[in-house]
Design a protein around this ligand. Structure first.
Ligand SMILES: [Zn+2]
Ligand SMILES: [Zn+2]
Length: 140
């Protein structure tokens, strides 16, 4: 076999291998037993002040049920990269008789920045986290 043809053949093999890897990846992420409609969230219970990681159905509105005290009072931690601090967003009662909801859009309560992300343990180095901002007003 001449050298140029060999190179083409190697390229084809490489592409097929990549496609195979991609296929395995998608299949691996989509198995029914993994319950892909469920996501993991890390939050703070405003009632008992316990920090928990919990799994909820995708699209569930906060507050989430607290795994510790069972109250519907768990809100997701957010992180402000500018302040390097975690915070629970501002909460307000939008409908009488309903739990307090997160005020959208979520902004850092101290610097007002909108450059914020949902916080999960392990997302940042411990040295990048300077603590937590004060908790918002909570009226169960
Ligand atoms: Zn709780
Ligand atoms: Zn901030």
């Amino acid at each position: 076999m001449a050298a140029p043809q060999k190179n083409v053949l190697l390229t084809v093999i490489a592409v097929v291998a990549l496609l195979g890897a991609g296929f395995m990846f998608f299949r691996g992420g989509g198995r029914a037993s993994d319950a892909p409609d469920r996501i993991q969230l890390h939050g703070l219970c405003m009632s008992c002040k316990t920090e928990s990681t919990t799994t909820v159905r995708f699209g569930t509105r906060e507050p989430l049920p607290c795994p510790s005290c069972k109250a519907d009072a768990l809100y997701q931690w957010q992180f402000c990269p500018d302040c390097q601090k975690r915070f629970i967003p501002q909460l307000e009662r939008q409908v009488a008789g309903e739990p307090m909801r997160v005020v959208i859009p979520i902004r850092c309560p101290v610097c007002g920045g909108s450059n914020v992300t949902v916080f999960m343990p392990g997302m940042y180095d411990a040295s990048d986290i300077k603590g937590d901002h004060p908790l918002p007003k909570w009226e169960p």
